[in-house]
Design a protein around this ligand. Structure first.
Ligand code: PMP
Length: 307
């Protein structure tokens, strides 16, 4: 393990990185029975702040509810744990990974108990899709792997097991020299990237796949929809055909890790001018101004560490 921080919050205590281990017979390792979040903290003029902490923690509990995983802490306690993990490690910018997993609950597929072990790790994490990707954009491809079908494994839950699908999608893309893979849903419409939601722009209108396209409804997606509408853009959640992507004026991906990343080509077809488009640039700027406390936080989305 590459050491990413000094301290990790684990089951209510802040413990040294080296001690934050689990047994090889943990249920989650064998069957993917974990739920997690990815959250970012940014340095702001008022010190580090975590973006949409409450919403992320709420989604963690929602994911747990679907799998009947019991988190033996309150949402407030886990929000505090996230703040403590940033503070204890002295980070100003950080990526946070709260997660709840089934550990010592027997090795049968059906666990003897649904009570989870819970941890929050904080780490420094730069630009997810590579240096310069936020400015230059990335090259992506459509994956040969279809995203999970409805009523198979719920994509609305951010569960460890779902990321086997994401690993197939992203590994295939990288093997072929692309930065990221984009999955279609079972009906052949655009779904999402391995770890990102999608926004296609055509004639000044933003289109994003609906939740019925087997996506994780991202919080960055939600933030961008609000920022775009506030700036007078029409945003439509509707099915998007693969060819509409090739013919888009602009295309970008969103995610806590990926932030707002322009895509300059898909399957070696240039998108628009082959560089970050003007609406993408505007929304990207609005996003960074918001998360870095440079613009008004009218939704109260910034949770300051030092308050
Ligand atoms: N889809 C998938 C599969 C993801 O892993 C992520 C990253 N959490 C997203 C979409 C984007 O979600 P968010 O904006 O909440 O990070």
């Amino acid at each position: 393990m590459t050491k990413t921080s000094e301290l990790i919050w684990h089951n209510g205590e802040m413990i040294p990185y080296e001690q934050a281990t689990t047994h090889i017979l943990s249920h989650a390792i064998h069957y993917g029975s974990s739920v997690f979040e990815g959250i970012r903290a940014y340095d702001t003029p008022k010190g580090p702040a975590i973006f949409r902490l409450k919403d992320h923690i709420k989604r963690l509990y929602d994911s747990a509810k679907i799998y009947r995983i019991e988190i033996p802490f309150t949402e407030d306690e886990l929000m505090q744990a996230c703040k403590d993990a940033v503070k204890a490690n002295g980070f100003t910018n950080a990526y946070l990974r709260p997660f709840a997993f089934l550990g010592n609950v027997g090795l049968g597929v059906h666990p003897k108990s649904h009570k989870a072990d819970v941890s929050v790790a904080a780490m420094e994490w730069g630009t997810y899709l590579g240096d310069g990707s936020l400015e230059a954009g990335v090259d992506a491809c459509i994956s040969s792997w279809t995203r999970l079908a409805p009523n198979t494994m719920p994509t609305g839950a951010k569960a460890g097991g779902n990321y086997l699908s994401s690993q197939l999608i992203t590994a295939e893309a990288k093997r072929h020299g692309y930065v990221e893979g984009i999955a279609l849903d079972v009906n052949g419409y655009l779904s999402e990237g391995a770890g990102e939601n999608l926004f296609v722009i055509k004639n000044g209108v933003l289109f994003t796949p609906p939740t019925t396209a087997c996506i994780l409804p991202g919080l960055t997606r939600d933030t961008i929809m609000k920022l775009a509408r506030e700036r007078g853009y029409e945003v439509r959640e509707e099915s998007i055909a693969r060819e509409a992507l090739y013919l888009a004026d602009e295309f970008f991906m969103t995610g806590t890790a990926a932030e707002v990343t322009p895509v300059r080509s898909v399957d070696q077809i240039q998108i628009g001018d082959g560089k970050r488009g003007p609406i993408t640039a505007q929304l990207q700027q609005a996003y960074f101004d918001l998360v870095k406390g440079q613009s008004e936080d009218s939704n109260g989305w910034l949770d300051y560490i030092n308050e």
